[in-house]
Design a protein around this ligand. Structure first.
Ligand code: UN1
Length: 497
């Protein structure tokens, strides 16, 4: 019998009221069942929201530095268990072990960063136009948040949401992806055991259609933070608009790497390989288009194909593996479907294109690193998010042409240019229409102390992560306070002399 994991509602580990469960399976080896979790429904969400509402007054009035201390202790726990959790992320999600550990490290970074916010959470004091009067703005919590996360970063993305949500004094109901529920459970366990009172952080497992929809449409939540596909994000946006709730959505990407004729080609090849095939291309920041200057196109391509050909695909727990599987059968079919589409559209398949069923790979969802060349910018494989190890190579005449191609998609999350020319770099920085621009680095690898999020169909509402304009803006509301201690009625804009 696989181990049974539970929901956390009001500080207690419980099953779904229906007693139904879902299985979590290792995508590198489907005979490895990691555990079962509750298949929760509306009544379970009701209970979790009720618990979060009940815990709100106590938590929001806890001094923020005290909230920070608990989050600091959570960071220490995560650090102590980094290896265990990193391995679990790899086993449940498929990414290679160094990335599994990186996923957990990103959660740890976020925890320390937000723990310190407990002693910051700064507002502003500004002078008043009147005598004996002061004015300030302070951040206040919003209330109860629904947090819905995807499977590609089972530790980091939940941490991006949970820690800023809690440090700001909100309480939460967290619904992780049903593909990576066990890692989410361990994460929540560590955070909860760091000293949270019952109900501050609740965990409810289930499918998107079941538990996810019930949470997003629940009248008892004040806001929703979602990371996932653009299609679902747009649907949730409508749900939240109809109930007047704030929503932040991080969604898809079709991220380009531009390689200029003056670029260091060795560096660009290495970066493109990491950007395209890291996490088997299953990042919203993955590089799925390589836009290469015509003068260096053939040289870059020869080197890139050589490097991609030698990538070792396998179980992420094996140290030699450089690329793991995709998450599940449905995703595998979707990716293979796009490869078929690329062929039909007339792109040339230069590498890969098949699922891998030989030997040890037979029990997992493995796809060869796949490279299309001769891709036209209007083809579907150059326009739509594939979320798998498939990259399209496009040829550009010059920088202007390359930037126009880069921007000619409905998404705008991450982007990159490889160039040694300061002017090219400055122009790209100015003109790439994306939330993130990398110079001489691939499209993946954002750090948590800066805001994370995109433009166009990549993002809606507030951004994630830290820094000015980061997620504290999502999880707090500004309150403005005027205090008049003059002892008389003073009228702003009127008592001007
Ligand atoms: C995502 O793909 O959803 O910048 C997040 C990166 C990671 C986060 C990716 N730090 O690639």
């Amino acid at each position: 019998m696989p181990e049974a994991f539970h929901n956390l509602i009001n500080g207690k580990w419980v099953d779904a009221l229906s007693r139904e469960t879902l299985e979590s399976v290792n995508p590198a080896d489907t005979s490895d069942i990691i555990g079962t979790v509750p298949a929760s429904g509306r009544e379970d969400i009701d209970r979790a929201v009720e618990a979060a509402r009940a815990a709100l007054p106590g938590w929001r009035s806890t001094p923020a530095p005290k909230r920070g201390e608990i989050i600091f202790r959570a960071a220490e726990k995560l650090l102590k268990h980094k290896n265990e959790l990193g391995r679990l992320v790899t086993r449940e999600m498929g990414k290679i072990l160094s990335e599994g550990l990186g996923d957990v490290q990103e959660a740890i970074d976020m925890a320390y960063y937000m723990a310190a916010e407990g002693r910051r959470l700064t507002g502003e004091t500004v002078p008043s136009e009147l005598f004996a009067k002061d004015c300030k703005s302070v951040r206040t919590p919003v209330g109860v948040f629904g947090l819905i996360t995807p499977w590609n970063f089972p530790a980091a993305i939940p941490a991006w949401k949970i820690f800023p949500c809690l440090i700001a004094g909100n309480t939460a109901v967290f619904k992780p992806s049903s593909s990576t529920p066990v890692a989410a459970t361990r994460l929540v366990e560590m955070i909860h055991d760091a000293g949270l009172l019952p109900g501050v952080l609740n965990l409810v497992h289930g499918t998107g259609d079941g538990a996810g929809e019930a949470l997003a449409s629940h009248p008892g939540i004040d806001g929703l933070s979602f990371t996932g596909s653009t299609a679902i994000g747009e649907r949730l946006l409508k749900t939240c608009a109809s109930t007047g709730k704030e929503i932040s959505c991080e969604m898809g990407g079709k991220n380009p790497i531009i390689v200029m004729d003056d670029a260091r080609i060795d560096l660009a090849v290495e970066g493109a390989l990491w950007g395209a095939f890291g996490t088997s291309g299953q990042r919203c920041t993955a590089a799925s288009r390589l836009i290469v200057h015509e003068k260096v196109h053939d040289r870059f391509l020869a080197m890139f194909l050589n490097a991609a050909r030698s990538l070792k695909v396998g179980n992420g727990l094996d140290k030699a593996t450089q690329m793991g599987p995709v998450i599940n059968e449905a995703q595998m079919r979707k990716v293979l479907g796009y490869i078929e589409t690329g062929r039909k559209e007339g792109a040339q398949l230069a590498l890969g294109g098949q699922s891998m069923r030989e030997g040890a790979l037979a029990k997992g969802f493995f796809i060869e690193p796949t490279v299309f060349i001769g891709v036209d910018e209007e083809m579907r494989i150059a326009q739509e998010e594939i979320f798998g190890p498939v990259v399209s190579v496009l040829k550009a005449k010059n920088l202007e042409d390359a930037i126009a191609m880069a921007n000619n998609v409905k998404y705008g999350l991450s982007s990159s240019i490889y160039t040694q020319d300061v002017n090219n770099s400055a122009i790209a920085e100015r003109d790439l229409d994306a939330g993130i621009v990398y110079i001489n680095a691939p499209t993946i690898g954002a750090e948590i102390q800066l805001p994370f999020g995109g433009v166009k169909k990549s993002g809606l509402g507030r951004k994630e992560a830290g820094g000015r304009g980061g997620s504290l803006d999502m999880f707090t509301r500004w309150k403005v306070i005027y205090r008049d201690f003059s002892g008389r009625l003073q009228k702003a804009q009127i008592d001007t002399d």
